[in-house]
Design a protein around this ligand. Structure first.
Ligand code: G4P
Length: 309
């Protein structure tokens, strides 16, 4: 795979986000982190263990409608092993309140038991939503919480100006989600976030990105392009030689075949690489290429017979 794009960037306003997060986390019992089910490791916040130290944790694996269900299940099992409650979620659709409530109860079992032992009953769990940009924090709050919620502001003992949403009789949620920063410790993480559209496409080379995505899918989800665009995915040596006798990579041959098939051509017969790249990325991001996950837990690698990248 070609890793020539430098994904190592991040806007400076994350310092402010960090301060806000540190301030808000003090007010809650439970941190609900939302990640993208298609690339859980890359969309997790790298510092969440430290940030949410001594807090109950719940992980929502959102956009499960776009992810490979077997791999999402492997992640759920992996988090269970690590003692973290995790559930798949499609925040865009109607979210089942009872599923979230049950997960919250599981994640907060210790707190609930402690309260019970002290004779405290009916105390609501204070929670906050957190996650890197674009994972679906607002969608979750809007589609699920707001429906039944009532807002309460300026609670005694709580920092002035904070808004809390009460829903059901168990949870009180901080109105503003915590915006977290993503990992940027390696190129693969950056690449995966770029694939799913969580990085500004303006700052990356879209053609190289699409080329890398084609390479990934040919390797891990063979048949994707044949199914969607009716193009070949394997080529003879002769077919992988251009008019000038230069060797071309199979991923480029696939890209060119898609360009031809979908009319992404310039006048004069040149390929419109920009147009075809956008088409492929958009089809992937919207799920039109199928339910695809970019990452699996290390422990499940054998099961999926995928070599470690
Ligand atoms: P954020 O607050 O964490 O930054 O994320 P936000 O809710 O704004 O969601 C980011 C994008 O992800 C939105 O798409 C939203 O519709 C989409 N999204 C959220 N949850 C899901 C889900 O479960 N499945 C799928 N497929 N998509 C989801 P957008 O294109 O930016 O906006 P819109 O045109 O959909 O409104």
């Amino acid at each position: 795979m070609n890793n020539s794009i430098n994904y190592n960037w991040y806007p400076g306003h994350m310092t402010k986000a960090r301060r806000m997060m540190e301030e808000n986390v003090k007010l809650v019992d439970l941190v609900i982190e939302i990640v993208d089910a298609r690339c859980i490791q890359s969309s997790e916040n790298p510092d969440i263990d430290k940030l949410a130290k001594n807090k109950a944790r719940l992980l929502l694996l959102n956009k499960a409608d776009l992810a490979d269900p077997n791999k999402t299940n492997a992640w759920v099992a992996e988090f269970k092993k690590r003692g973290i409650e995790a559930i798949p979620l499609t925040a865009k659709n109607k979210v089942k309140k009872k599923d979230i409530d049950a997960a919250v109860e599981c994640a907060c079992a210790e707190i609930i038991a402690r309260n019970k032992a002290r004779g405290i009953s009916g105390k609501k769990i204070r929670a906050m939503i957190a996650g890197i940009p674009n994972v679906g924090k607002s969608t979750f709050i809007n589609s699920y919480v707001r429906r039944t919620a009532t807002k309460t502001g300026n609670k005694p003992g709580v920092t002035k100006g904070k808004q809390w949403i009460t829903f059901g009789d168990k949870i009180e949620l901080l109105d503003t989600p915590g915006i977290l920063w993503p990992r940027f410790d390696n190129q693969i993480t950056g690449q995966h976030l770029a694939f799913i559209g969580s990085m500004n496409d303006q700052v990356i080379n879209i053609e190289e990105l699409a080329f890398d995505l084609i390479g990934f899918l040919m390797k891990f989800y063979p048949g994707t392009f044949e199914k969607r665009y009716e193009v070949k995915e394997s080529y003879t040596e002769e077919e992988l030689t251009d008019d000038y006798g230069q060797e071309i990579k199979p991923a480029l041959a696939v890209m060119q075949a898609i360009a031809k098939k979908r009319g992404c051509m310039r006048r004069g017969g040149d390929y419109d690489y920009d147009k075809v790249s956008k088409l492929i990325l958009e089809d992937f991001r919207s799920g039109r290429l199928g339910r695809i996950s970019l990452e699996i837990p290390k422990a499940a690698i054998d099961r999926f017979e995928i070599e470690e990248k």
